[in-house]
Ligand binder design. Structure first.
Ligand code: IMP
Length: 187
């Protein structure tokens, strides 16, 4: 059995990843390595995530998986996108709802990029879901979950999280299924 480290400061992400993976990785145990990885400043989330995977590998010296996400709002020209963490930590969900006040077009999407890095190979996996920004905040979930309603749902991600249904709809679930298929094929 070998180890694969999911390196992140966000334990919520790890819990979701673990529940999607359900020990489906061939001969591999997924472990959580809690570190706030440095993030380079860029508009390109691929570049940010590749650099993050390199720092993660240099810390763990073992195969790593990292994830980078972004929330993109159509009427705000894709904002906050690569700045999603900073916006969440500063103005939060209330601030985003204020920015969206009076705006009719509430289309938004979430993007997830997973990066696998084992020191010799770097591989990227993508997941994207469309949805909209709700007019008010729900309970449940974490991050932007309380203000994001996936296209195929009438409930916010927050509510879906509460009902343990978020993984069926999430950008994370889509990207991770691609990773699991690829990983089990190369092993
Ligand atoms: P990062 O990948 O941790 O930088 O995520 C960017 C921002 O998006 C952070 O503020 C996260 O809390 C938020 N975020 C990432 N994934 C999700 C999710 O599945 N639901 C809600 N917010 C998320």
């Amino acid at each position: 059995m070998c180890s694969l480290f999911f390196v992140s400061s966000n334990y919520n992400k790890f819990l979701e990843i673990k529940s999607i993976m359900k020990n489906r990785l061939s001969s591999t145990k997924l472990k959580f390595y809690r570190v706030a990885l440095p993030e380079i400043q860029s508009n390109n989330i691929e570049l940010i995530s590749i650099e993050k995977s390199k720092s993660a590998y240099s810390i763990s010296k073992a195969p790593v998986l990292i994830e980078d996400d972004g929330l993109f709002i159509k009427s705000l020209n894709g904002f906050p996108g690569p700045y999603s963490s900073f916006i969440y930590d500063t103005i939060g969900n209330n601030g985003v709802l204020k920015l969206m006040k009076g705006i009719k077009d509430r289309k938004a999407w979430f993007k997830s990029i997973f990066v696998y890095n084992d020191g010799t190979m770097i591989k990227l996996f993508y997941g994207e879901i469309n949805g909209k920004i709700s007019s008010r905040m729900s309970d449940g979930g974490w991050g932007f979950d309380p203000i994001f309603i996936p296209e195929k749902s009438r409930m916010s991600m927050g509510k879906l999280h509460k009902k343990a249904e978020k993984n069926k709809y999430s950008h994370r679930g889509i990207a991770l299924e691609k990773f699991i298929d690829w990983y089990n094929n190369i092993r």
